[in-house]
Design a protein around this ligand. Structure first.
Ligand code: UDP
Length: 267
């Protein structure tokens, strides 16, 4: 109760709050707006890469160039469900023996829980040369970009998620994403159109098998995913919405906002 009072006092100096998802909205002393995050297509993480940059990751991480790659890029965190991804991979591999799995994440030395999850993942993957656990430095943006481009299918099998920027990043590279049916992943994956939403490793395995067996569908979903990001999740859209919101707040209570004189809208 007291905490609630402090929060209200701290927040009352602000004109509004922005949330990425309606489900995250709170009881607050001011208006709330929904503006989802976005990616910068010109940042190292997302910029178009020459073919040889992508080629480099096959060599560096000993991946087979020809066989299909299933990728999840995530911190080693239980809510990202890396063990669920491994289970899905194992099931899918029974019908597609050539499948390779890449789990890429940061090293977790500053997070005891992350370290425990990483150890579990390493124990689960030991002995299968087609499972690759990559520990990347925090600034490995170009490497992650190249891995997302090298992948055939991308997973984000989260059990709980804020927005899920890795989903946007992979979709922008024209990849179909199989994502957990939670949080902001639901904003991005239109089930059966821009990817697949799943609840279980079994469900994920079914979708992996389907996409690998139907290259036409894999390409179709990937192309729709990219178009969906272009329309909804690039930084230009987020900037436009932030500026529009500021303009609306500055002109609160007015029937119309005149943009023609000096275009600040403030007379
Ligand atoms: N990421 C990274 N290195 C890693 C793992 C993730 O740079 O080893 C990046 C990833 O590309 C994405 C962000 O960290 O841009 C993760 O954002 P997301 O919303 O997917 O998940 P969060 O970690 O915030 O829960």
């Amino acid at each position: 109760m007291r905490q609630h009072g402090i929060a209200t006092r701290l927040l009352s100096i602000y004109d509004a709050s922005i949330f990425s998802l309606a489900a995250f909205a709170q009881t607050l002393p001011h208006p709330q707006y929904l503006i989802p995050p976005s990616i910068d297509p010109l940042a190292d993480k997302n910029i178009e890469l020459p073919k040889d940059e992508v080629e480099k990751v096959y060599e560096e991480f000993k991946l087979d160039r020809v066989r299909p790659i299933l990728l999840q890029v995530s911190r080693f965190d239980r809510f990202k469900d890396p063990i669920g991804v491994i289970r899905a991979y194992r099931m899918a591999k029974q019908s597609n023996h050539s499948l390779q799995l890449v789990l890429a994440g940061g090293s977790a030395d500053d997070d005891p829980e992350g370290e425990a999850v990483l150890r579990e993942v390493q124990a689960e993957t030991a002995g299968d040369p087609d499972m690759h656990v990559l520990l990347l430095p925090p600034d490995a943006h170009l490497t992650i970009n190249a891995l997302q481009r090298a992948a055939d299918v991308v997973m984000q099998k989260s059990l709980k998620e804020g927005f899920g920027l890795t989903v946007t990043e992979a979709m922008w590279k024209g990849k179909p994403v199989i994502g957990g049916d939670v949080g902001g992943i639901r904003l991005q994956i239109v089930n059966h159109h821009t990817g697949f939403l799943v609840k279980t490793p079994e469900g994920a395995a079914l979708r992996i098998r389907y996409l690998l067996a139907r290259e036409d569908k894999l390409r179709e979903l990937g192309a729709k995913a990219k178009a969906f990001v272009q329309e909804n999740f690039l930084i230009t859209r987020q900037l436009r919405e932030h500026l529009t919101l500021m303009l609306a707040l500055l002109n609160a209570g007015q029937d119309r906002i005149n943009l023609s004189n000096g275009n600040s809208g403030v007379s």
